[in-house]
Design a protein around this ligand. Sequence first.
Ligand code: MN
Length: 138
Amino acid sequence: MDLGLSCASRLQGTSKAPLILAVEDNEDNLLIIDYIVDSFNCQFIGESDGKRTLQIAKEFQPDLILLDIMLPDLSGFDILQCLKQDSLTSKIPVVAVTALAMKEDEQRIQHAGFDEYITKPFQLEDLEDIIRRYLPLR
Ligand code: MN
């Protein structure tokens, strides 16, 4: 299943709502995030591939990126670095969504330039708080 394209196709027909791009290689997690984003009446793109993430970020200019760290191709750190180096994407807030729990990983995430991070398994309220904080809702 091509999660990226199937979700991107949902963009047609809806225009003004804020757009969230979630990058996650676990389909269950992606579905949960999609569900929460839907409840905020936001647009959603789900992606599991790092290189496509960079293309989508440039093309669709999401209002927020939720970025998994452990991905099959590029890591979340690599993706963040690419996003921050490109003037088209450098201003987009990026929140790490990560299962990494060790102390040194936490410090690495804090120093990498993410706006914030939440650890998996996350509480639905944690993700809702993030969305409220970063998106221009209503
Ligand atoms: Mn992952």
